[in-house]
Write a protein of this length. Sequence first.
Length: 123
Amino acid sequence: MAKMNIPKQERPFVKAECLRLLATLKLDPARMQLISGFVDTYLRLDDTEKQVFQAAISTMGLDEQEEIMEIVTSWEQEGAQKALEKVAINLLHEGMAIEAIVRVTGLTQEQVQQLQTQLTQEN
């Protein structure tokens, strides 16, 4: 998509149409997440484009709107999860106790321990 030279004014409409088509494919969640993540990465929208994107979605049928919004919501949830994990990793680097990291980030103890194990394996 990056090399497709999509004009800036068409980007929100292209993204909306890609997601509409993706929603009609009825893929398993893992494939859906992979493809939708690709679309989101290569069609990042600024605030103005996001408004146009929302307007484009609002012209679609209710079922399509709901499915597209589920995809977008999953991006937001994944982004928030990754941000919390990054904070936890930084706190682990600083030597903070796992229990304190759990309280600060809201991650489970198991999640923080997995991150700690990953860090140990990397070093």
